[in-house]
Design a protein around this ligand. Structure first.
Ligand code: IDP
Ligand code: MG
Length: 139
């Protein structure tokens, strides 16, 4: 059975371009409840740790630099079928390929600065949520 939680980050480009409020509104309108949320800036070390799974990819260094370039919003979200439904809401990794009306279609400019992160599995949703939030920081 699909789990009911996912993890997201509003990335530095979207925060810097003042899209934070619009993106949170889209997430709420799509039926996700916020379980935990914080505004912070990742150090390059923490960004590298978060994206360690991509450490062999050619864009890893740039990704770490970008994800530590400014503040982000990290959140745990709850809804039935959360991981799959949230991936649909954000759209494809490359905003040029993201379906109309998706968050990346609306707010992202490029494949690297693509406005939001969404977990790709229930297992990673739990790992990523735990990376940012302790048990006492959740609703
Ligand atoms: P996802 O965020 O849609 O799950 P992943 O393949 O997991 O996409 O990649 C993680 C992040 O790495 C992407 O959201 C994007 O910021 C960046 N990224 C992915 N592919 C590329 C690329 O080809 N060039 C530059 N950055 C990329
Ligand atoms: Mg991914």
């Amino acid at each position: 059975m699909a789990g009911n939680r996912t993890f997201t980050m509003i990335k530095p480009d979207a925060v810097g371009n003042n899209h934070t409020g619009h993106i949170i509104a889209k997430i709420s309108e799509a039926g996700f409840r916020i379980v935990a949320m914080k505004y912070l800036r990742l150090t390059p070390e923490r960004a590298g740790e978060f994206y360690a799974v991509h450490s062999a990819r050619p864009f890893y260094k740039d990704l770490v630099k970008y994800m530590s370039s400014g503040p982000i919003v990290a959140a745990i979200l709850e809804k039935d079928n959360a991981v799959e439904d949230f991936r649909k809401l954000i759209g494809a990794t490359d905003p040029a390929k993201a379906a109309p009306g998706t968050i990346r279609n609306l707010y992202a400019k490029s494949i690297d600065a693509n406005a939001v992160h969404g977990s790709d599995s229930d297992e990673n949703a739990a790992i990523e949520g735990n990376f940012f939030f302790s048990l006492t920081e959740r609703y």
